[in-house]
Design a protein around this ligand. Structure first.
Ligand code: FRU
Length: 487
């Protein structure tokens, strides 16, 4: 490990959060408190594999730039600390934080639930001495995501329980009462990492219950599903007419939940990975990264109400314009000469196409590329990572995956974020999301439009290079992280 290229190693995300070193899985306990966005995460400080999990910790002023802080929660006599949430206990309902403070509610590896508290903005934590506050009531009973329900004047805890999602309520974060179990038509595997929150549409409040399902997601392995419905403080009722709804159609967006206590928006972040191959990624000295944060809103579509996602405006501060084009006709490959980068933002509107397949190549080199491709026969927008160098071909790494998006009357509108080893595509104003890691080489940095067996009309195209969040101004943070990793 060398200090000069620390955070600039091959494949290192340049504008996504990844831990300085070692293993990371789920994001945990996201909370906004006194001007700071907190991000905790499942962390093994001893190896690049998941074992004896702790809660790592980072804070950000803007959701873009992160400073890694010392480990927040260490394993204790009850065991390693699995996923969970953090709330602001402003009125000290727990009696643990006089004057107000943070309370973490999490699972132990043995599937009982514990709590810990902090009165110094999350810098130091004390475990509650009556832990666990809920025993291991089911085989896979975990990942409490707690929030305050103002109308009921109590805390609400959605929690996964194997094939069920359950709800508990509490006046004080310590004594919990079970109020609901439901299955949501589980497809297979187990539920993990639920979240429950309100969003408004046309002046009406709807509640979104989201949860990760460990198997049978559209791209293989795990994925995040959501249900839209109503919540009365004790029970969630969902609109069962909707089909399975997915936060993402790619393989690399799992165990995601939203920030607590944000005053003005609902922001989601997921683990940009998949348990099918997470322990085999060719990265070092770290393994694991998060998706970009995504602002969630409800929209009406022809199919009904859906979640839509957008990237927070704060990310525009990273932009370096590379070019804007209008009314391009593409026939075959159109390499955008002089437009290159490993880290890019691309906004494109495609108005018409007679091609069988068309789209955009990124991370394009002489031999490798990652392709964002619309397949007309399938009516699907896909990310294809079949042209990767040998190191990027990992066991169980699906090579193409995507979302069913009709393309005829409505133009295809894509918002694409390309980092060193990932591609995130938001389509149709964020109603569809496709997220996938890719492992191309540093020299693979070209961009091309393509149309196969037909032509493509591009109404508008805008491309930016994105600055690294690990630039010179982050030297102090990088040095501290290096020292932490060097032991
Ligand atoms: C999801 C998950 C959670 C669990 C954690 C353990 O990826 O399996 O259910 O709490 O990871 O690290």
């Amino acid at each position: 490990m060398a200090q000069d290229n620390f955070y600039h190693e091959p494949y290192r995300p340049q504008f996504h959060y990844s831990p300085p070193c070692q293993w990371m899985n789920d994001p945990n306990g996201m909370v906004y408190y006194e001007g700071e966005y907190h991000l905790f995460y499942q962390f093994n400080p001893a190896a690049m594999t998941p074992f004896k999990i702790h809660w790592g910790h980072a804070v950000s002023p803007d959701l873009v730039h992160w400073q890694t802080l010392p480990i927040a929660l260490y394993p204790d006599d009850n065991g390693p600390i699995w996923s969970g949430s953090v709330v602001v206990d402003a009125n000290n309902t727990s009696g643990l934080v006089p004057g107000g403070g943070l309370v973490a509610i999490y699972s132990y590896e043995n599937q009982s639930q514990g709590i810990a508290y902090s009165s110094d903005k999350g810098r130091t934590w004390t475990k509650y001495d009556g832990n666990p506050v809920i025993g291991a009531l089911a085989k896979d009973f975990r990942d409490p995501k707690v929030f305050w329900h103002e109308a009921s004047q109590h805390w609400v805890m959605p929690i996964a329980a194997g094939p069920e999602l359950q709800i508990f309520v509490s006046p004080n974060l310590i004594n919990w009462e079970h109020t609901q179990s439901f299955r949501g038509g589980i497809l297979g595997g187990v539920w993990e990492v639920p979240d429950l929150f309100p969003l408004e549409i046309d002046g009406e409040t709807k509640w979104i219950f989201l949860a990760s399902i460990s198997q049978l997601a559209p791209a293989g392995g795990g994925g995040v599903q959501y249900f839209i419905g109503d919540f009365d403080g004790r029970t969630f009722t969902y609109d069962t007419d909707a089909p399975q709804l997915w936060i993402d159609y790619g393989p690399d967006n799992y165990a995601g939940t939203t920030w607590s206590d944000l005053p003005d928006r609902r922001v989601y972040i997921g683990w940009m990975d998949n348990w099918q191959y997470a322990t085999s990624l060719p990265t070092a000295p770290w393994r694991g990264a998060n998706t970009l944060p995504r602002e969630l809103r409800l929209v009406r579509t022809a199919d009904g109400i859906r979640l839509a996602q957008s990237i927070p405006a704060e990310f525009e501060t990273l932009r370096q314009p590379l070019g804007t084009w209008d009314d391009l006709t593409v026939d075959g490959d159109l390499v955008l000469e002089g437009v290159e980068g490993r880290t890019l933002e691309i906004i494109v509107e495609i108005s018409a196409s007679s091609a069988e397949r068309f789209g955009i190549d990124v991370h394009r080199g002489a031999e490798n590329k990652t392709r964002i491709v619309y397949n007309t026969a399938q009516s699907k927008l896909l990310i294809s990572r079949s042209d990767q160098p040998a190191e990027g071909v990992i066991n169980n790494f699906t090579t193409a995956f995507g979302a069913p998006i009709p393309f005829s009357a409505e133009p295809l509108r894509l918002h694409i974020f390309v980092d060193e080893s990932s591609v995130e595509v938001l389509a149709q104003d964020g109603v569809f999301s496709i997220t996938g890691q890719d492992f191309t080489n540093a020299a693979d940095k070209g961009v091309a439009l393509f149309a196969e067996k037909g032509t493509l009309e591009v109404k508008h195209l805008e491309i930016y290079a994105l600055n690294s969040i690990w630039g010179a101004d982050s030297d102090a943070a990088r040095r501290a992280d290096f020292d932490f990793c060097a032991g």
